[in-house]
Write a protein that binds this ligand. Structure first.
Ligand SMILES: [Mg+2]
Length: 259
């Protein structure tokens, strides 16, 4: 193993509470100069905000090491043929797309890429229909999804996330979205490409046995499950087979030494 990917929530902290030993484990990773990225499905907060959040837990990193769906999409777009981009993403993620040709807000034709994220209450019929018209008017237009989370728990109850809106557009256009976000293979592949190493030499550490661990394994990485965050003992009795199981991320240095 040459490099590490870390899920954040449930591995390094639970909401606002740090996980014991996480700061020390990450300090060890830095000290050993092990290449690593923090891989998150968050699309509503800028990377600078996530860097500050980690700093609050005494985990020190830089924006370039935060790998989120908007970031992965921007890196991928750089490698693609030039074309106008229509953004349906929260304002906080617009800075990720600075420097790209962004289509004016009312335009209904001319997009080569249609990027859809969690707009929440920002969605309305006209907006969703504009995304549809942009895709329909250009058979080559690529639909890109910033993750495929179906819903999330808000203060007032469950709320639709990105996937249902992407599904509506897929249904209307008979096109399949390219997904950047865990557990999509394209997303893990983009993270591995950023590290510049073969997938088989990268270990993903996560608390979600399906999205983090199995997702990474499907993309050719190895996966370590931590018994913190959303971990439940039943995660180990199903069809999932993590390569490693750790009591918490604090046990990572010992595992690394034994590999
Ligand atoms: Mg997690």
């Amino acid at each position: 193993m040459q490099a590490l990917l870390f899920d954040m929530d449930g591995v390094l902290y639970n909401g606002t509470a740090p996980i014991a030993g996480a700061a020390q484990a990450l300090a060890w990773v830095r000290q050993q100069r092990i290449p690593h990225l923090f891989v998150t499905n968050t699309t509503s907060r800028a990377r600078s905000v996530l860097v500050e959040k980690l700093k609050g837990f005494e985990i020190f990193t830089v924006e370039d090491q935060i790998f989120s769906p908007p970031r992965a999409t921007a890196l991928w777009l750089k490698s693609q043929e030039h074309g106008s981009i229509a953004l349906f993403v929260p304002q906080a993620t617009h800075p990720e797309f600075e420097g790209f040709p962004i289509l004016p807000e009312k335009a209904e034709t001319g997009a080569r890429y249609v990027v859809v994220g969690d707009l929440g209450k920002g969605w309305n019929f006209d907006m969703l229909n504009r995304a549809f018209r942009l895709l329909h008017s250009n058979p080559d237009a690529e639909l890109i999804a910033l993750g495929l989370t179906r819903f999330w728990q808000a203060e007032d109850g469950l709320r639709l996330d990105t996937a249902p809106f992407v599904a509506a557009l897929e249904n209307a256009t008979r096109r399949k979205a390219l997904v950047f976000g865990k557990p999509a293979e394209t997303f893990f592949a983009a993270a591995v490409a950023k590290l510049g190493l073969p997938a088989g030499e990268v270990l993903m550490v996560g608390d979600d046995v399906d999205v983090d661990v199995t997702g990474a394994q499907r993309a050719g990485l190895r996966g370590a499950l931590v018994r913190t965050g959303k971990f439940r003992p039943s995660d180990l009795t199903g069809s999932f087979h993590p390569d490693f199981v750790l009591d918490s991320v604090a046990a990572l240095p010992a595992l690394w030494g034994a590999l």
